[in-house]
Write a protein that binds this ligand. Sequence first.
Ligand code: MD3
Ligand code: FE
Length: 215
Amino acid sequence: MADLFDHVPSPQAPRVLAPGAWLLPGAALEQAPALFRLIGEIAAAAPFRHMRTPGGGQMSVAMTGCGDRSWVTDGKGYRYSPTDPQTGAPWPSLPHLFHDVASRAAAEAGFAGFTPDSCLINRYAPGIRMGLHQDRDERDFTQPIVSISLGLPAMFLFGGPRRADPVQRIGLNHGDILVWGGPARLFHHGIGPVRDGEHPLTGPFRFNLTLRRAC
Ligand code: MD3
Ligand code: FE
C-alpha cells in the first residue's frame, strides 16, 4: 500500500555488474548529508580545481582530495602526491566516515579488510563528463576502489579490459556505492555528460568520492 514515505529513497539489494564489480544502490543515503558536509570542509582547505593533463589540456571535472596521498595530474603526468600542489600543504586527512563507509561497502562486496589511504573527490557540473579510462596509478591492483555518488544522477559507462570492449551503461543515483575489485579492477570506465538539474543536498552538481589504497 502506498504511504507517506514512498518517495523516500532507501537502500536496495546489491547487484553484481561484472565479476568483482558491485553496485550497492543507496548504500550511502543515510550518511550523505554528513559526507557532503565533510566535502565542504576539505574544499575549504584544498579547493576544487581543474588540473592540467600531460597532453596540455585541462580536466573538465573539478577535483580535490584527502588522505595520506591524493591523485594529481599536471604537465609531467599522473601520480599520487602527499601534498596539494596548489597550496604545498599536506592534503586534509581522510575523514573517519569516508573510511568507514568505504570499508563496510568493500566488505559487503567480498573485500574484507580494505583500508583506504586516499580519496579523490570529483565534482561534475551539468554538461561535464569523464572519458573512458583505466585507474592504474595505484601500487596494488589487488586492492579494490570504492566509489560513492552524491547529488545529481549520472550514467556510468563500463567496458572491459580492452579499450575497444563493448560498454554497458548503468544509472548512478545519489547515495549509490560502487565497489571495483578482482578481475574488474582494471576495466575501462567513464561517466556520461551530467544533465542539468538541482539536487536538494548538492545543488547543481554531482560529486563522486573514490576511496583508494594508493600505497
Ligand atoms: C572501475 N570516477 O575518479 S566512479 C575516477 O564517477 C573515476 O567520478 C568516476 O572514474 C566518477 O577515476 C567513476 C566508479 C569507478 C571508480 C574507479 C574504478 C569505477 C571504476 C576503477 C576501476 C574500475
Ligand atoms: Fe576512474
